[in-house]
Design a protein around this ligand. Structure first.
Ligand code: PLP
Length: 391
């Protein structure tokens, strides 16, 4: 059993394991279930009563099973939250984390630094459904002027996608709470281990478990975790839509998350080495990474985060065509979406189109990197040889 006094590093290893019995394996076995069988009618009635009272029960496949429950408990613990619901992708987690707090006629504020598909969700669903969506500045500095009597939700991402703008979440919560506005945060970068938005005033936290929790780039996963007060609507919305994940995916995520406390410091140390190297390169205009001392909002990161991950961006002093050739010349950094796995990745960004409040149009091309678990010397050698394309 895990003790509350144990560190999260220990809990990641020790918790959510099969109950002590005669013989046990170390991870909960995979349950593959739609049907759950009951011994008799009394047992069926008892289970239904438990569910009606809001208790988590292994009663039907869509309600979850012992494998998915073990993962829910692990993520709730990581987030410092009350309870967690799981979904088949990070994007689905965001959609089902926001919808419970919005209805037609409401006003909702979305950060300009949001993961791009969230903007699409707002355009394709929230707006036609009758929710008035408005974009606010990534650092939250313009938010007070945007509040309306019908503002019901503020959606933040800390740090922001692609350029990692920091936001003082506690200061934002001090403005949303008295107005009864729900504060929801995309916490994929910090994933609970590095950052706990619920402990800085947020009501709802969403993680793309696809990234650091799974850690191996082979499973899609989303998780919504809330405070006790915000739990009811989230739980109900997930039930209403039948949102669930398979025992197989939960098993793989649980296996991946065991090593999170070992992986993340390696991603951070490698990224620091790369940034130190990049700071001496004339081809690089800006290093975008919250743990870098010159990064805007670095002090907020230092105050609120336990560490940094391997997702960072570099702004280049070169044409996009030359930067394309640079990316094509990389070998260790492979071109691909997603991040948070063990391998290094590189991807294009479209920051000027995304930031509708802040003007990024005068900036150089921005490339997003994920520093994996390879030897940092090899990664730097790879970047160094590709730099020849910029000459
Ligand atoms: C990847 C990502 C998501 C979406 O996760 P998927 O599982 O790919 O849907 C959401 N937010 C952030 C910040 C991400 O990086």
């Amino acid at each position: 059993m895990t003790e509350p006094t144990q560190s999260i590093r220990t809990r990641l290893v020790q918790r959510s394991r099969p109950e002590r019995g005669q013989r046990r394996v170390v991870n909960p076995p995979v349950y593959r279930a739609s049907t759950v069988l009951y011994e008799n009618i009394a047992a069926l009635r008892a289970t239904r009563a438990e569910r009606a009272a809001g208790k988590r029960t292994f009663s039907y496949g869509t309600h979850g099973n012992p494998t998915t429950f073990a993962l829910e408990d692990m993520i709730a613990d990581l987030e410092g939250g009350y309870r967690t619901r799981l979904s088949g992708s990070g994007l689905a987690a965001i959609a089902f984390g926001l919808m419970p707090f919005l209805k037609p006629g409401d006003h909702c504020l979305i950060t300009e630094a949001a993961y791009e598909p969230v903007r699409k969700f707002a355009q394709a669903f929230l707006t036609p459904w009758g929710v008035n969506c408005e974009i606010y500045k990534a650092d939250g500095s313009d938010i007070e002027a945007r509040f309306k009597p019908n503002t019901k939700l503020v959606y933040a991402e800390v740090p922001g996608s692609q350029t990692y703008e920091m936001l003082d979440l506690a200061a934002l919560a001090a403005k949303t709470k008295p107005r009864g506005i729900t504060l929801a945060v995309d916490n994929t970068w910090g994933s609970g281990y590095l950052y706990q938005p619920l402990n800085h005033g947020a009501d709802v936290s969403m993680i793309a478990g696809t990234k650091h929790i799974v850690g191996h780039s082979d499973v899609l996963l989303g998780a919504v975790t809330t405070t006790k007060e915000a739990w009811g609507p989230v739980h109900e919305m997930h039930d209403a839509f039948g949102i669930c994940i398979s025992g197989d995916d939960a098993y793989l995520a649980l296996r991946g998350v065991r090593t999170m406390a070992v992986r993340l410091p390696v991603h951070q140390a490698t990224t620091l080495k790369i940034c130190e190297w990049a700071s001496n390169r004339p081809e690089i205009a800006t290093i975008l990474w919250p743990a870098w001392p010159n990064h805007p909002g670095h002090d907020i990161w230092k105050r609120d985060f336990k560490g940094a991950c391997g997702l960072f961006s570099l702004e280049f002093k070169a044409s996009q065509a030359k930067v394309d050739a640079f990316i094509d010349a990389l070998h260790c950094f492979q071109i691909g979406a997603s991040w948070g796995g063990y391998e290094s990745l590189v991807n294009l960004t479209n920051v000027p189109a995304q930031r509708v409040v802040t003007d990024w149009s005068k900036r150089g091309p921005i490339v997003r990197f994920h520093a994996g678990l390879e030897d940092p010397a090899d990664l730097i050698r790879d970047l160094e040889q590709a730099m020849r394309q910029l000459a």
